[in-house]
Design a binder for this molecule. Structure first.
Ligand code: EPU
Length: 349
């Protein structure tokens, strides 16, 4: 465990905003968790558990302790006729894990290629892309309950996964995720229906690795990467809003071309990117804070934007979508300190 006081968080958030934490604790061994919990310096301070920093917007310095999870290790625990069980420590890089599996010829994770962040962050927001969600490959999650210090296992059902949601998101700070247990199917059922994926595969033989390569191509054409020449970002900044069937019918009458998808529980999912683009935001910038020119759902830091500037841009976008469409957008990343407007719900159009 390495403890740094007044630590810069610049390298620990993919938006690349400058912010400081009163304490930064890097956790690289499970045995250090009791020491961390007992340390007098950290009592009564706000606490934030951080993986790769790919799903956070720091609007200001963090006045407490940030626990950066750097636990490593990938282990094939066992297999039966139908699946392989893989235990992966929370601090492993998600995309490197995906590549590790496809290099072994193992299926299951290929559609989740190039998602930034760590393995421990994957269950928190139930990462998903190109027709697959983390929930589909999760058997269980190993945790430490930070209120008691007890280690435990939470089965996938008890993780309460939903679209970009889980019990870890609903009870922030309660559980430290130490590793995940993946259940990878032995039968390879490629999911290629997302627009552009088949085209990117061209005539290649369809293997988990070829699908992963195709997903990388599709993703790179729309979303900024993590390379130094790419603008800082946190992927999609807003969730695709869920509205009622009634509200969707009214919206379709007014805007017949608006993309929408029927989902469970009598709800309709709208495209936040479409709503934002219609309001004229795509490619716009306010100083160094901008909306990505290739995808309206992504906010980017073109250089030296502060977290407050990025949030001011987000608020303007949310306001214009609310005024024009009567739809409340919810930020996808964790925004700290938590803004009151982030808890608004969708009203009628
Ligand atoms: N669209 C626009 N303008 C744009 C971009 C898209 O109008 O600038 C419309 C198009 O009609 C398009 C539709 O939005 O058909 C959907 O766009 P896209 O396929 O890019 O998907 P998305 O709904 O915007 C979601 C995830 C992404 C994930 C993709 C692919 C959320 C919040 N985002 O985006 O996840 O990669 O689907 O599965 O659900 C992330 O969470 O960080 C992320 C990148």
């Amino acid at each position: 465990m390495v403890i740094t006081e007044n630590a810069s968080l610049l390298a620990l958030n993919t938006f690349r905003v400058e912010a400081r934490a009163r304490y930064l604790v890097t956790l690289d061994a499970l045995e250090d968790i009791p020491n961390f919990l007992a340390d007098e310096r950290f009592q009564n301070l706000p606490r934030l558990i951080l993986g790769g920093g790919s799903n956070i917007l720091l609007r200001d310095d963090f006045p407490g302790v940030i626990l950066h999870v750097a636990l490593k290790g990938i282990e094939l625990l066992g297999e039966d006729d139908a699946q392989r069980y893989l235990a992966v420590a929370a601090g492993e890089d998600w995309h490197e894990l995906v590549r590790y599996t496809v290099e072994h010829g193992w299926a299951g994770l290929e559609n989740l290629s190039l998602i930034p962040g760590t393995v421990g962050a994957a269950p928190v927001q139930n990462i998903g892309a190109y027709g697959v969600e983390f929930a589909e490959v999760c058997a269980a999650v190993d945790v430490v309950d930070m209120t008691t210090g007890q280690a435990g296992i939470i089965t996938a059902v008890d993780c309460r996964f939903a679209y970009r949601d889980s019990r870890f998101k609903q009870e922030p700070g309660r559980y430290l995720i130490t590793s995940v247990l993946l259940r990878l199917p032995k039968r390879f059922v490629p999911k290629l229906d997302y627009p552009g994926v088949r085209e990117a595969l061209a005539n290649a033989e369809i293997t988990p690795r070829a699908v992963s390569d195709a997903i990388c191509t599709v993703r790179r054409s729309k979303l900024p990467g993590l390379e130094a020449d790419q603008p800082g970002s946190a992927g999609s900044f807003f969730q695709n809003p869920l509205i009622s069937l009634e509200q969707a019918a009214k919206l379709r009458e007014l805007y017949p071309n608006s993309p929408s998808w029927d989902v469970a529980d009598q709800q309709v999912k709208l495209s936040a990117a479409w709503l934002i683009e219609q309001c004229g935001w795509k490619g716009r910038r306010l100083g160094d804070a901008g909306v990505y020119a290739k995808h309206a759902l992504v906010l980017v830091n073109h250089g030296h934007a502060t977290g407050a500037e990025l949030w001011a841009l987000a608020e303007q976008i949310m306001q214009s979508v609310q005024v024009r469409f009567g739809v409340s957008l919810q930020p996808e990343p964790v925004v700290l300190p938590l803004p009151s407007s982030a808890t608004a719900t969708n009203g009628a159009t």
